[in-house]
Every structure is written in structure tokens, then in C-alpha cells.
Design a protein around this ligand. Sequence first.
Ligand SMILES: [Zn+2]
Length: 289
Amino acid sequence: MPFSEIIGFTTDLRDPDDVDYVYYVTAHEIAHQWWAHQVIGANVQGVTMLDETFAQYSALMLMEYEYGIPQMRKFLKYELDRYLASRGGETVEEMPLALVENQDYIHYHKGAVAMYALKDYLGEDVVDKTLSRYAHDKAFQLPPYTTTYEFLDYLRQDAGTKWTPLIDDLFTRITLFDNRVVEATAKKRSDGKYDLTMKLHTGKFYADGLGKETKASVDIPIDLGVFARGKDDKEANQKVLLLEKRDIADGDSSITLVLDEAPYEVGIDPYNKLIDRISDDNRMRVTLE
Ligand SMILES: [Zn+2]
């Protein structure tokens, strides 16, 4: 992999909390051996999803194997924040991922988060099966070349109709969540357990190409997480007390749980798997009463 000095030679990775983007970018470039060098898309809208987004997904999964799931929020948040910051600077029109017009904030940054969410909901085996079937059928093909809509047909076949709305939200619409923790308090009980009360807010919007938003309804279960403090203050070292997808009411709601250990932090979509308008308010420290 040829690297320029600015990324491969002068990168300072002495702090293990920094994103190791030398590893990440190398993985991305190697992934192009499949996505762009074997599967080549037609020169139409969406073509860069077939090479850049799939290379991002392949790299992200390698990061997951190398660094572990607790580290994934760092990478997902990095991608999500770049997407959110850049869409505000769009000068023509934001496109849905499957119709991307060589817009790097969409095919790299949004694409990585969207594919990871897809894997998280459908299962890695389903997404890998689709990618492998698609690559097998389309590798080294002659014109007419493949398109994202053809890929989505493969995906819908493997995913089943249950996931059609999610696939549409991720690929053919501009979908934004507004998930946040509003309040988190806990109280130690006389039996040593903890009563935890969380006030949550969920919301989903569809944006048009100019950023105008329309309210939609939350129709997928969302990760709810409760974490105990780790050996230090670092988020990635926290111990997971609870992490499960739950049907959380649209809008404001309150959830109460009983825990064996003291909760330190809670989160709704705590790993930033969904495209959320604000990535920082998904987690909150618990106030012990
Ligand atoms: Zn690339």
C-alpha cells in the first residue's frame, strides 16, 4: 500500500486511545482488492458506495476483530461526527447513500456507520453472506456493470421483509435519529441492589437533500446500555451490566431497572450505531442518590 508521509510516517499513535488510522486506512485500501478491483460499479449515482462504503465496512470489521467491541464507539463516533459536520457544508444536495454522488462525507463516513448498523441489526453472517454472494456474482464482470440497487436486491433477499424499512432508512433515505438520555438516577436499596431510573428521548426524522426534516416514527428496537465503572475513567474499560435492544417508546419515556452492581453510566444507542443528530448525548453518568 503506498502511503504519503502525512498519514503513514508522521502519525503519532503513542496514546492508545487515539484512532489507529494507519491500521484503519491500510485495511480500507486492502479491501479495495475486492471492492473496486473485482466488483466494479456502473458509472451512475451510488457507484462510490460499492467501492468506498464497502471498503469502509471491511476495514471497520477488521478494527472490531483487532480492538474489540468496547472500542467500536470510538471509530463509529469518529465517522458519525465527520458525517454530521460535513453535511452542514453541502453546497448542492445531500443524497441518500445508495444514490451518493462521489460525496466523501456520505460514502466514507455515513457509509461506515450505516453498514455497521446493518450488521448489528441483521447479523454479521447475513451481511457477509450478501456481500460474498454479490462479490461472487459480480466480480470481473463485463458491461453492463452492477449498481447499488442491484446490491440492495441481494440484501433484501437475504434479510427478509422484516428488515425492508431499516434497509430503506439506511440506504435510500436520509434518516436521522434524535436519541438521548435526559436523566439517570440510582438509589441503593437495603438489600444491596440498585434501583436505576432513566428518562430517555427517542426520535426519528427524514431529511430531504436540502436538510429540511420531517418527523417519522421510531420503528426499530434500540440498544439500551448500563455500565459499571472500570479500573479507570475510560469509557472503553467500563463493565457492561446490561446491553440489549429494546422497543423504547417514541418521544419521552422512563425505564426503571434493578441492578446487582452500582451503575456508573447509561446509554441509549451507547455505541453510536445509528445516525444520530448529536452523538454526545447518547450517554450520561448516573447520579447516585
Ligand atoms: Zn477507498
